[in-house]
Design a protein around this ligand. Sequence first.
Ligand code: PLP
Length: 368
Amino acid sequence: MNRRIRFVDFPRQYAEERDMIMACVDEVFSSGQFIGGPKIFELEADLAAYAGSREAVALGSGTDALLLALLGIGIRPGDEVITVPNSFVASVGAIVHVGARPILVDVDDDLNIDPDAVEAAITPRTRAILPVHLTGRMCRMDVLQDIAHRHGLEIVEDGAQAFGARYQGRMAGTWGRVGAFSAHPLKNLSAAGDAGFLTTDDAELAARVRRLRSHGQVDRDTIMEFGVNARMDVLQAVILIERLKTLDTIHERRRRNAQLYRRMIRAHEVELPVCRPQEYNVFHTFIIQTDSRDALRAHLERKGIGTQIHYPTPIHLQPAASGLGYRWGALPKAERQADRILTLPIHQHLSEDDIATVADAINAFFGA
Ligand SMILES: *Cc1c(COP(=O)(O)O)cnc(C)c1O
C-alpha cells in the first residue's frame, strides 16, 4: 500500500489553485493584453517591494535575467567572470553567450562558492563575480562583497533558487549590483511556464534592461540599441502577482520540512545541509551527501520515493565545456560532491507523515 512520495506535486498545486488560475486566464484573455502593459509593471513593483530593491524587471526566464544582467552591466568579450561548476548550466552559459570567459572555481563543503578560491582566481581581466545561491541558501555575501570592493569587481547574484532567501537579514539580489531570478515551474515562486526577473537598485541599469528585453525599443518605432526578445508573458505575470502573496507560506512549509528531516534522519552516514544562524534558507532543494548515494537512491525509488541529483555532472566536465580548459581533478570538491549528493523531496505539499516516511526509509537503509 505504499503511497508514492513525488519529488514535485503539480496535481496538488493545481487542486489548491484551480479557481485562481482560471481567474488569471480569464483576466488576460478578456483584456486582450498578452504582452507588456500595466500587469507587467504591477508585478515589477510587487517583486521590488518583496526583495527590498529599488527596481525589478520582468523577463522571459532566469536565463534571460542572467544574460541581460551581464549585458546590462557591460560585460564584454575578453572579460572574465568567476563562478562555480556545481550550478544549473545557465550560470555558465550566460557568461559564454555574452562572449566573456567563465572562470570556474571550487566550492566549499557547504556547496556554495569558496571566497578564497575567488580571490585566488582574480586576474587583470576579471570583471565580475557570479555567486550562485545554491539550494535557496545564500553565499557568504559579506566576504564576497569585500573582495569585489577591493578589486573593483561587479557582483551578479544567481538567485534563481533563492528568491526570498536572506543572509544577515538582507535579501538575495540586494547585495550585488544585480540579482537574477527564475520563476520556472520548479522554483519556489513559480509561473505556468518559463519566466524570470532581475532586481537592482540601479535605475539606469533597469531602464537599459527594459529596452534590451524588447529589441532595444524606446518606443514603438525607435531602436536605441539592438536587443533581444526576453519579455515575460502577461499570463505569467498575472499568475506571479497572485503566487507572490503565498510565497512566505511556501518558504515556511519548506523550512518546516527541512527541520523535520533534521530531527528524523538518524543515520550517521548521511550529511545534512549546512545551516548557519545568520541565514534564512528557503530550501528550493534539500541536498544530503553520502558515500552510498546511488544505492540509497535506488532503495528510495523502490519505496516509491522520488529523488533527484542537482547536478550529476559538474559544468566544467560537460562536453560543451571542453574548450574552457578544465579537466577532471581541477575542481576536486565539486567533483567529489557530484558523486555524493542526493536531493530529497521537500516541496510545500508534503505532510509530516511524508517526511517521516522518507526519513524512515533512509534510516532503514543504513540500519539506523
Ligand atoms: C533554474 C536556474 C537557472 C535558470 O532559470 P530558467 O528560468 O530555467 O532559465 C539559472 N541558475 C540556477 C542556479 C537555476 O537553478
